[in-house]
Structures are given as structure tokens and as C-alpha cells.
Design a protein around this ligand. Sequence first.
Ligand code: BTN
Length: 266
Amino acid sequence: MNIELKPEIVKSDKSVYTIYKYAKMESTNAFLKQHCSSLPDYSVIWADDQTDGRGRFTRIWNSQSGVDLTFSILLPLTSLEQKQRQNITQIAALSVAQTLEGYGLKPSVKWPNDVLVHGKKISGILCEVTETEERICGVLGIGINVNNTEKFLANLDIPATSLRCELHHKVVRQDLLKKLLEIIINCFSVLCHAGFTQNRQEIIKRLAFINEQIVFTDVKQDSYFGKIIDLNDDGTLLFECEKRGVISLNSGEIAFHNSYTMRKHL
Ligand code: BTN
């Protein structure tokens, strides 16, 4: 990791964050976890080139140097209740969706951590928790396809899109990042002071696949057919499972429509 290289530093005049922009590193989440004890809350690590980006379930996050946006922000979790820490991924997805709406797009939130446009993935989120001697930190990592071309996206293993593909013009990544950071910090503050309720309403308005037949895959890789009914007060998903009745899901993944060739249907 290139901690020895000096980052470009961008301080916000109206908010609490500081952006440290690096040319290249393996993973902004890994970097922030390693250095969180020496960094203040709301430090943002942005890598122009992320060479070993990771997603949920240790998947690879593919990116293109200088083309997309890969960053992580350090959130203070010490005074946040355990159950609300689980909502951070979803409020991050909501923040990304609201930011993209500012560009005229109509995104949806694919519970719990993806943002889609026209049913294709445009952003993925990975929130990890790490503890130092003094505090508990949330390392919230976000990848957004910004100026990627259709050719690059066609080689990914899921349907994906970018702002450029949707808007038919390039987007300045630093402007996008600054707008998004304002919204994330505001949504996080709402979560800390008022709980999940207000953000929940906003997520429901944008929830992908609600009342649609979907396949849900749990952490053990077992798959279930059923229908999403609602988002519960605590952020779990209310799911009408064909085989098990109405259940609440707290982790796992919803399949993309065209990846229904799933392993084991229960
Ligand atoms: C997913 O889709 O499963 C989550 C993808 C998260 C990718 C971002 S890119 C910035 C940050 N650094 C990482 O290594 N991962 C996250």
C-alpha cells in the first residue's frame, strides 16, 4: 500500500469530511481499516486506481483506473446502537440513489447494498466494522460505475451500467463524490439521532423488486423462491417464501432476474 505517497487533500468548507485522494492502492476499505486509528472521523480515502477491490462475500470489485469512483469513509460508530449499525449499508445505498437522482436518473435500491438503474448494477456497497483502542469505526466502502463504457461493463458477470452509459456524457467524479458525501453524512446523522424510520420510508420508495417474484440466496448459499413484501422497521426484509411462509431476512442476496439458474431451490 502506498501510505508513503502523499495524497491530494480536499477539505470541505461546509461539511465535516476530508478527502485523501491516492493514485493507486489495493483496496480503500483495507487501507482505511489499517489506518483508522490515526485518521479522524469522516476521513475519506479515494483511490483513482484500486487494484484489489473487494465486495460482499469476498467477491472482486472490478474497476478502471481514473474512470469510476472507489472510496471509503470512516464513520464514528461508538455511540450507535448495534442494531442501527446494521442499517448503514442501506442508508449508503439510499444516499447513492438520491445522489444519482440529482443527475436525473431513476435508481432503485436492491436490498441490502446495491443500487440499480434500469435493473442494472451501477453501485455496490461494503460496510465493515473495526475497533481501535479508543473507538469503534465503520468503514463504508462504495464503488460507483461513473465513466465506464458499455464495452467494459459487458465483461462483468452481472448486468451493469454506468452514469456515462445512462446520461450519454461523462461526469466529473469529484463533483459526484462531494454531492454523495454531503448526503451520506446527513443520512448517517439522521440514523444516529432519529433511528432508521425516516431513512426506511425513503428506501421503501426506491426498493427494487417489491411485490415481485424473486430468488433469495442466504449466506449458506441456499436459494428460496418468493416475493418481497416490505422493509421492516429494523431494516430486515419481509419475504413471502414459497416453502417457508412469511419470514424476515437479515442478510443474503437477491438474484438478478436473469440469474435464476440458482444452485439449490428450497
Ligand atoms: C458489492 O457489490 O458486493 C460491494 C462492492 C464494494 C466495492 C467498494 S469499492 C471501494 C471499497 N473498497 C473495496 O475494496 N470495496 C469497496
